[in-house]
Design a protein around this ligand. Structure first.
Ligand code: BG6
Length: 478
C-alpha cells in the first residue's frame, strides 16, 4: 500500500492558511466593538502567559490589506478567518454594528479581488462579554437564539461572497478549558456544567446549520473539531479498552453528535451513571439531526496515546503553556483512561506529538465513519522562532513538519478521502491564547513579543517561500 503511486491533489484544492479574530485583529475596542470574554479574561492576573492579551495582537484590523497582499504574493487559495461576534453585536444581540460588518466586508472583498477563497468561521471563542454576564453564555439556552441571530446577519450579508463556513471552532477544546480546566473564560471546573454547556453548544451549532440551508443554499458549512486521534499504549486488552474509552469520550462525543445527531452509547451510559450526562429535552435530538454538516473541519496537531487509569488515578490536567519541554503531566479520567508518552514519536517544545501518520489516520477515520468530505481547517507547528540578521527566520523545523503533514494528506487522498483543502495554522504569527507571542505558528513573522508591540513588521519566514512553491505546483513539489 505504501509503495503505490499517490494520487495528485485535486484541481481546485484549497491551499490555505488560517487565523482567528482575537489572535490577530487587535483593535479590541475600535469602531464600536464590545468586549469579548477574552478581552476581560486575559487581563485578569495570572490567566495567560506573561499577561499577554489581544488588545493589539498583530494589528490585522488595521493591516489586513498588507496581510492579504502577502497572501496573494504567496499564491494562497483560501484564507480562513473568524468574525468577532462582539464586533458585530457589541452587546451580543440587537442591531448590528455597521462598522464591524464593513471591516469583514472589506477583508472578504480584498481576498476575492486576489482570488483567495474566504473561509469564514462564525465562532472562535470570543463570546460577547455581555451575554456571559447576562445569562452565563453557553450555560443558558437563550444563547441558541442569540447565536442564530448573529449568524443569520452574516449569512445575509455575505451569502453571495462566502461559500465555505465554519460554525463552531473547537467546541471540544474551548469548552473543556472553559468548564473543566478553568483555563479559558469563564474559568469553571465542574464536569456536570461542562457537559450541560457543551450540549447547548451542540444545539446552537445544529440550529445554525439548519438555518444556513435557507440563507446560503449554495454554501457549505461544518464545525471545526480539535481532533487528536487516540492510540492505545499497547496491544494489551486493558490499553485497548482505555483507547476505546478515550476515542469515544474525547472524540466521538463531538463527532458523532455533529455528524449523526446522537451521542455515542457507552459514553452516554457512563455519564448517566455518574450523574453528569446533559439534560436532553424533548425535541433536542430532532434539532441535532436536522443540523448535520456538509463537511467535517479538522484541526489536527497531534495524536494522544492512552493507557488504563486506576479509580484513584490521575484527573484532567492543564497543558504545557511555557514551552519547557517535558513538563506536561499525564491526564485522564479515573477508571477510564489516561495519557502516556508515545515512545515512537518526537514532540515539540510544548510536548505535542509530531505525528504526520496520525493525520492520515485521522482523515481516514473521519471519512470512513461519517462519509463526509473533510477540510483541514488547522495544522501547524508552534515553536520558538529566531529572527536573524537580514530579517530572516530559518524555520526548517516548521517546513519539515508541514511537508510531512501535506504528504500525509496526499496519502489520505490516495486512500479515498475527499479532502477539500488544507489550511495551515497560521498565516502570520498570532497570539496563542495561553502561550503568548513566543509560541509562533506563522509563515510570516510579526515583530513583537509579550510586552512590547515594537513595529509589528511583517517578515517572510523560510516556510513562506516553501509553501509558495507547494501551492504553485499544486502539491507536486514538497
Ligand atoms: C487551536 C485553536 O486550538 O489550536 C487555535 O483553534 C490555536 O486558536 C491553535 O492557536 C494552537 O494552539 P495553541 O494553544 O498552541 O495556540
Amino acid at each position: 500500500m505504501e509503495h503505490r503511486k499517490l494520487k495528485a491533489f485535486p484541481a481546485g484544492f484549497l491551499w490555505g492558511a488560517a487565523s482567528a479574530a482575537y489572535q490577530v485583529e487587535g483593535a479590541w475596542d475600535a469602531d464600536g466593538k464590545g468586549p469579548s470574554v477574552w478581552d476581560v479574561f486575559a487581563k485578569l492576573p495570572g490567566k495567560t502567559f506573561q499577561g499577554s492579551n489581544g488588545d493589539v495582537a498583530v494589528d490585522h484590523y488595521h493591516r489586513f490589506a498588507e496581510d492579504v497582499a502577502l497572501m496573494a504574493e504567496m499564491g494562497l487559495k483560501a484564507y480562513r478567518f473568524s468574525v468577532s461576534w462582539p464586533r458585530i453585536f457589541p452587546q451580543g444581540r440587537g442591531e448590528p454594528n455597521e462598522a464591524g460588518l464593513a471591516f469583514y466586508e472589506h477583508l472578504i472583498d480584498t481576498l476575492i479581488a486576489h482570488h483567495i477563497e474566504p473561509v469564514l468561521t462564525l465562532y472562535h471563542w470570543d463570546m460577547p462579554q455581555a451575554l456571559q454576564d447576562e445569562y452565563g453564555g453557553w450555560e443558558d439556552r437563550r444563547i441558541i437564539a442569540d447565536f442564530e441571530h448573529y449568524c443569520v446577519t452574516l449569512f445575509q450579508r455575505f451569502a453571495g461572497k462566502v461559500k465555505y463556513w465554519v460554525s463552531l471552532n473547537e467546541q471540544n477544546y474551548n469548552l473543556t478549558n472553559a468548564y473543566q480546566l478553568g483555563t479559558h473564560p469563564p474559568a469553571v471546573e465542574d464536569r456536570k456544567r461542562f457537559f450541560a454547556a457543551n450540549h447547548i453548544a451542540f444545539l446552537a451549532n445544529a440550529s445554525v446549520i439548519a438555518t444556513f440551508r435557507r440563507h446560503v443554499p449554495n454554501g457549505l458549512i461544518g464545525p471545526s473539531f480539535a481532533y487528536s486521534p487516540a492510540y492505545p499504549g499497547s496491544s494489551a486488552p486493558a490499553d485497548m479498552l482505555a483507547f476505546e474509552n478515550a476515542e469515544e469520550l474525547t472524540n466521538h462525543w463531538w463527532l458523532d453528535t455533529y455528524c449523526f445527531g446522537r451521542y455515542p452509547q457507552a459514553a452516554l451510559t457512563w455519564l448517566t451513571e455518574t450523574g453528569e450526562a446533559p439534560d436532553i429535552l424533548p425535541g433536542d435530538l430532532e434539532i441535532l439531526s436536522q443540523g448535520l454538516p456538509d463537511f467535517v473541519g479538522v484541526n489536527y496537531y497531534q495524536t494522544l496515546t492512552y493507557t488504563g487509569n486506576a479509580l484513584d488515578g490521575v484527573t484532567l490536567q492543564r497543558i504545557n503553556t511555557t514551552g519547557q519541554k517535558g513538563t506536561t503531566p499525564a491526564s485522564g479520567i479515573p477508571g477510564l483512561y489516561k495519557t502516556m508518552a508515545n515512545p515512537f514519536v518526537e514532540t515539540s517544545n510544548w510536548d505535542w506529538a509530531i505525528d504526520p501518520t496520525g493525520l492520515r489516520i485521522a482523515l481516514r477515520r473521519l471519512a470512513s465513519r461519517y462519509a463526509l468530505p473533510v477540510m483541514i481547517t488547522e495544522n501547524g507547528l508552534g515553536e520558538f522562532d529566531q529572527l536573524v540578521a537580514g530579517d530572516r527566520v530559518h524555520d526548517d523545523y516548521r517546513i519539515a513538519y508541514l511537508k510531512a503533514h501535506v504528504e500525509a494528506c496526499q496519502q489520505a487522498i490516495s486512500d479515498g478521502v475527499q479532502l477539500l483543502g488544507y489550511c495551515a495554522w497560521s498565516f502570520t504569527d498570532i497570539l496563542s491564547w495561553l502561550n503568548g507571542y513566543q509560541k509562533r505558528y506563522g509563515f510570516v513573522y510579526v515583530d513583537r513579543d509579550e510586552r512590547d508591540t515594537r513595529d509589528l513588521r511583517r517578515i517572510r519566514k523560510d516556510s513562506f517561500h516553501w509553501y509558495k512553491k507547494v501551492i504553485a505546483s499544486n502539491g507536486e513539489i514538497l
